[in-house]
Design a protein around this ligand. Sequence first.
Ligand code: GTP
Length: 634
Amino acid sequence: MWKSRLICHALKVSSRNKTTDVSWIRNFSIIAHIDHGKSTLADRLLELTGTIGKGSHEAQMLDRLQVERERGITVKAQTATLVYNYQGIDYLLNLIDTPGHVDFSFEVSRSLAACQGVILLVDANQGVQAQTVANFFLAFSKNLTILPVMNKIDLKNADPESVGTQMKNIFEFEPKDILRISAKTGLNVESVLQSIVERIPPPKHCDITKPFRALLFDSWYDRYRGVIAVIAVIDGVIRSGDSISAKHTGKSYEIKDLGILRPNEVSLPCIQAGQVGYVVCNMRSSTEAKIGDTLFKKGLANVEEVASFRQSKPMVFAGVYPMDQSETPALRSALEKLTLNDSSVTVAKESSAALGQGWRLGFLGLLHMEVFNQRLEQEYGAEVIVTVPSVISILFKICWSLTNIRLHGEKNIKKYGATDIIVNNPAFFPDPSIIEQYFEPMVLGTIITPDIYMGPIMSLALDRRGIQVDSKNVDNSRVMMQFRFPLNEIAVDFYDALKSLSSGYASFDYEEDGFEESDIVKLHIMLNGEVVEELSTVVHTSKARKYGKEICLRLQETIPRQMFQVAIQAAVGGKVVARENVAALRKDVTAKCYGGDISRRMKLLKRQAEGKKRMKSIANIELPRDTFIKVLKR
Ligand SMILES: Nc1nc2c(ncn2[C@@H]2O[C@H](COP(=O)(O)OP(=O)(O)OP(=O)(O)O)[C@@H](O)[C@H]2O)c(=O)[nH]1
């Protein structure tokens, strides 16, 4: 029924090209702090509009990736078109469900570029949290209409009055404008649909009469059809068979199929200005389907780019290598396809003496890195070794008066101004003798917490070299504090430490905040006297000894006992600052097999050989492939 109405409308629009009517379209995102109920609300909206049958589906319908279901978090924004009949008119609501965790904030900013409004969801029990604030300001800065919604009012310990006060104090929402709902039970959710139609404006600056122009804001790879690109159409109408060009690459394509997402693809004859939909047009790779690119009618001259969004800036870098060099082409292809779906990951080739040919990837955080690797394995069957993530890109002021300086790994070092270089791989840390000054990246961190945890949080922030820049009350019992931190101190485990000392009540968000001069050294890790670059890292001088000790202990736990003793050492500039040993062992897996049961003996040896395949020999020592990640986790 809805489909025939939609097709009729699409056809009517395309035949009656004079109309500029987009008043029946609303494009919006649901944004919130992690776990405040975005995906559950999206489920209810899909149900209420009949997009999916009631109870006929799994919960969190838009969390479709295996990694999302296993971890119970959204990592990927998902689009769904709903048809909602309000006061006799069919409205087309394009909903984008976004992730809540700070590591996936690029998904939010990308999604907002295709919207005119957002639903800002706040948990009626937890109240305003750090990502609520970050997401509010993101939407606010983009001039989007913000619809405040308080969720989980069914909870016994929900406190809508005080959460309403917080929303007024921080965002200046009038309590009467805040909808109170339970996405779980469905209570009042219909009022959200009504408010979307009434309060969020239809797409602006769209013109059906102009030639086709659209923003490409998401994509994924389909084994049979190649790239499927999600677009927000700004001008014109697009039909199957039309020819389009991409502004960034200059390449042209013929549209093979197009339609809307509900959330599965539903093919339509055309989509028009104001709508969000998908197109299939034989794009092959992530370099072709560039997120943020403008697509337009082929042959059109001087096309104005659709105002896009800021590209993401990676914070955590790690080398990714195939377990076996023969798997390099397969890993290259998997990386190409996955970065198509997650364009916030940066990719550059690198090689390592121990691990061979690989890639250095840049992620928005450690969780992002873990999720990306899990997806590589689950969606593309790629088993990889990930090196110790360096959460830092160091800026050096080089003393260029020392002539003929040759820098190791020059290809991987970026020039940054006339006398500065930037390095994101500890292996390419230049010789300290040529460095005049070190700078490290800084972030501005926002923490919201019940005030009883203020003391321990201040101590934690101090320990992480944080400097307080602001503090204000959110309501009678909660405070919002801001600190300037070195990124290196917070990117790995700060969030976990904060959660554990505040019993889960404090929340944290951060944004980049330039560079600051710092005192930095390279911490070499040696196994039996041999430096292992892949395990080495860069730390603040004051933390070198403590961190070296921690790494040695963690390596001691992780490295399996070998036939010989393994000495693990951490050193700064040739001076050993920490040492641990792994005792020697000869493991005869068949020792318990008495008598002549040859098949059992073979089975045990085979299993041992399989285990070994998952190991990597570095400095003649067999390391499990997750050693590098385990070294970093505290
Ligand atoms: N009691 C109650 N629980 C809810 C409500 N809405 C969501 N939940 C629960 O809160 C948890 C988190 O819900 P999600 O919908 O996954 O939250 P989310 O904001 O999408 O999470 P991320 O995408 O990971 O940020 C789930 O266990 C939901 O069942 C509600 O209205 N009432």
